[in-house]
Structures are given as C-alpha cells and as structure tokens.
Design a protein around this ligand. Structure first.
Ligand SMILES: Cc1cc2nc3c(=O)[nH]c(=O)nc-3n(C[C@H](O)[C@H](O)[C@H](O)COP(=O)(O)OP(=O)(O)OC[C@H]3O[C@@H](n4cnc5c(N)ncnc54)[C@H](O)[C@@H]3O)c2cc1C
Length: 416
C-alpha cells in the first residue's frame, strides 16, 4: 500500500538520510553524487529526472533539513538555478538523463547566453543567428552580461533560427559547449573590481541539432521557463542550504573537502541571498555605538520587517499558494532590500564605507554590497519590466502597444 507523504514523514526520512550520509570529509564531487542519487538534490523533479516528485512545500522541508544539519546543498550557479528546471520541463528523455545528472552532480557548469547589446528587456529582439548545416547549427552573434561565462563549460543559448517569422516565434534554445574555437569570452570589469560577467562572441560556433531544447522555433516558450526560474530563485535567495562550491571542470572544486565549502557564497555574486542582512548590520551598529542612532534603528526595523515578509512570501510561493505575480514581487522586494541595506550600512559605517579591503569593519562585505547594489534591479528583468509583467499578466491591464506585431523579424527596425 502506498504511504502518503507528510511534512513530518519527509522530515524524518531526510534527517535519517543525512545522519547516515553527510560527511564533511567527503570531496565535493562525492557528496554531490550521493545527493543526486538520493533525489534530494532536486526534490521537485520527477523520479526519472533524479528527483522525488515532491511538491514545493515538501521540497522546502528537504532544504530546511540540509541547512539545519550544516550540510552542503546542491551546486551553486545557473546550471542548478536555471538550466536544470528548464531541461526538466522541456528536454527529451535522453537530454534529461545526460544533462540533469551532470548538473546535479557538479560535472558541468552552465551560463546564460540570453542578453545581447540590442536585446535586454526586449529579449525577443535578439539577433544572434543559428543556421542549419547538416546535423549541426552554426551560431553567429554576440551575447553580453554573461555571468560566470569564464567558469562555465556549457551555455543556455537562445538564437534566431527563422528570421522570416515574427520575433517571438523564430527563436530556438540550445545547450552549447563553451570550450570550442568559435566562442570567445571577454570578461567585463565591474566597479567592485571583479569581473563577474562577460561579453561572449560567437563566430561560427557549432552545436548539434540533438542539443536543441524544446523543439525548433519554440525557444521563446523554453526561455520563459528559464526566466520564471530566475525570478523565483533570485527573489527567494536559493535553496537556503548552507554554502556550496562552484561546479564544472574550470572552477575545479570537485576535489575539495566538502566540509570546507560550508559558508561559501552560493552563486558567485548573482544570487539574491537576502536572509541575515539586518542581523549583520545590528552587529556592526552595536560594535561602533551607532545602534543608538534613531535613524539607524528605524532603518534596521524596516529591513527586518521586509526580510520577514520576504521569508513568509517565499514559503507561500514554495507551497503553491501565492499569486501568479509572486516571483516578480519577490524579485522587486529583493532589489529594495539590498538598496535599504546599502543605505543603513553607509550610515553605520560612515567614511569607512568608502574604503575597500578585508581589514575594514565589515571585512569589505558592506562596501562590495554598496557597489553591487544597482545590479539586482537590472538582472533577471529590470524593476520596470517586472512592473509591466505584474500589470499585464496578473492585473490584466492592457498590453504595451506593439506596432510590429506579427511582422517578419527581418523587416522590423533593429537596435544596432
Ligand atoms: C549583474 C548582472 C548580471 C547579469 N547576468 C546575465 C546573464 O548571466 N545572462 C544574460 O543573458 N544576461 C545577464 N544580465 C543582463 C540583464 O538581463 C539585462 O541587463 C537586463 O535584462 C536589462 O537589459 P539591458 O541592460 O539591455 O537594458 P535595456 O533593456 O536597454 O533597458 C534600459 C532601461 O529601459 C527600461 N525599459 C526597457 N524596456 C522597457 C519597457 N518596455 N517598459 C519600461 N521600461 C523599460 C529598463 O527598465 C531600463 O531602465 C545581467 C545583468 C546584470 C546587471
């Protein structure tokens, strides 16, 4: 007789599994292989896709237990956050079997080759083209703002396969190998001093037809699955499990002792990760006495309130009871919280906020947060675009007029 799963029964099972299997002395690769085999790496995926077929609420219990045990969650980065749910939804059985296992066990690292110099908010205006050559497609074009491309061996690529069709219908989605002669990656230095994102030039790069995901000219629907996963993931701050390493052959972290990666940044800079912001500022403010400043206290109270609202909204979203606009709202709120954190931290730290370096009061963390704070309201769809989506898809407001609707893409004026 099939037993009905409850939060309690899942909690007990995960605890027992962690007690038997979590071992900080394993390598990162060994631990991720175990996690993948158990189905706990991606519990919402069906069993045939290395998951357990859990609903969001039960998957949340798994994440909570992994975090409570101080164990390491699934791989960091966009492969787990974006490529895996996209592949699980749209790929063929063979593609799922091959790619999902390699994402979950950390063999591959994926980047997102979506934005172009003339196609960001208007993503469907992309001009990177894919032309058929026998069993392969030849890719020519430029992508930009590609986070962690220099650390990834695979890319989620959207390219135009039919310029005769209207702009949303002539796009296809591919899983492309990054290490090939037709791809050049040029890092872009940010004001933080790091080069997290890149320009990617594709000049005669090749991808087998078998690596198209979701069918010919169906790329817009597939890309929307990636974008929905991005909004939900950025707003809720990921799985909540403690720390992680970066996957793939280039980062070369699979051989590290997994216990040493606990507490490492999950996504190399692209993730939301809002929990604990107020706690860190309270510590700083207590240390230098600014905790007695009424404006600082009000700011901390506002930040804490937003954190709690975000936490409960995220729980509601994971249990499937939230509005269709919840991921967009979560993303907007995360951007607001990061800006509020920046403003209070600046008041607490005073002139020290202008100095980068590990030997400063916050170990450089708040300064980096200040310089990075404009980013989250841009990536994953800007704040204005989130508001447009909420207006059109959740509130039923009229759509933005599009004078080129239905016209072949090749005849539409381009941003070049
Ligand atoms: C830190 C960071 C990491 C990123 N990582 C990646 C990545 O890994 N892969 C990837 O593909 N992309 C990535 N991006 C790119 C990101 O998705 C785009 O920057 C974003 O979609 C906006 O596009 P854009 O920069 O071309 O701005 P534009 O689209 O040119 O927008 C300019 C301004 O116009 C506003 N605007 C545009 N259209 C409308 C409209 N219809 N209504 C109202 N306002 C509008 C925008 O809100 C914005 O303020 C990243 C960006 C950042 C900042």
């Amino acid at each position: 007789m099939a037993t009905t799963l409850t939060a309690e029964s899942v909690r007990a099972e995960v605890r027992a599994w962690l007690e038997a299997n979590w071992n900080p002395d394993l390598t990162v690769g060994e631990w991720w292989a175990l996690l993948t085999e158990s189905g706990y790496a991606a519990p919402t995926f069906p069993e045939e896709a290395f998951g357990r077929g859990y609903n969001r609420a039960l998957a949340n219990v798994v994440n909570e237990e992994i975090a409570k045990a101080g164990a390491v969650g699934p791989p960091a980065g966009l492969g787990y956050l974006l490529a895996a749910p996209t592949i699980a939804t749209h790929a063929t059985d063979d593609q799922k079997k091959f790619w999902l296992q390699r994402i979950l066990d950390g063999t591959d690292a994926w980047c997102q080759l979506f934005s172009e110099p003339g196609a960001g908010s208007d993503l469907a205006g992309l001009q990177c083209k894919a032309e058929r050559d026998g069993d392969e497609w030849v890719i020519t074009g430029q992508k930009v703002w590609t986070s962690t491309a220099q650390m990834c061996n695979m890319g989620m690529l959207i390219a135009r396969t039919d310029p005769e069709s209207p702009k949303h219908t002539g796009i296809s989605y591919f899983g492309i190998k990054m290490d090939q002669p037709g791809i050049e990656i040029r890092p872009l230095k940010e004001m933080t001093g790091r080069a997290m994102f890149n320009e990617v030039f594709l000049d005669g790069a090749r991808v087998p037809d078998a690596d198209m995901i979701g069918g010919l000219n169906n790329g817009w629907a597939v890309a929307n699955t990636t974008l929905a996963a991005e909004r939900a993931g950025l707003g809720s701050g990921g799985s909540g499990a403690a720390g992680s390493a970066f996957p793939g052959p280039i980062a070369n972290q699979l051989g590290l002792r997994v216990g040493d990666t606990v507490g490492q940044i999950r996504t190399g800079g692209t993730g939301g990760g809002g929990g604990g912001m107020s706690k860190r500022i309270i510590e700083l403010a207590k240390a230098n006495g600014t905790i007695d400043d009424a404006v600082v206290r009000q700011g901390i109270a506002a930040l804490y309130t937003l954190e709690q609202i975000g936490k409960y909204s995220s729980l509601r979203m994971r249990s499937g009871g939230a509005s269709a606009a919840a991921p967009n709202l979560a993303k907007l709120m995360m951007s607001d919280m990061l800006r509020l954190n920046r403003d209070i931290a600046t008041r607490v730290m005073g002139p020290e906020m202008a100095i980068m370096g590990k030997d400063t009061m916050s170990g450089g963390m708040q300064q980096e947060g200040l310089l990075f704070s404009p980013g989250p309201s841009v990536y994953g769809g800007t704040g204005q675009v989130q508001r447009n989506i909420i207006g059109e898809r959740a509130l039923g407001l009229p759509k933005e007029p599009d004078p080129n609707k239905g016209a072949p893409f090749k005849d539409i004026p381009k941003n070049t």
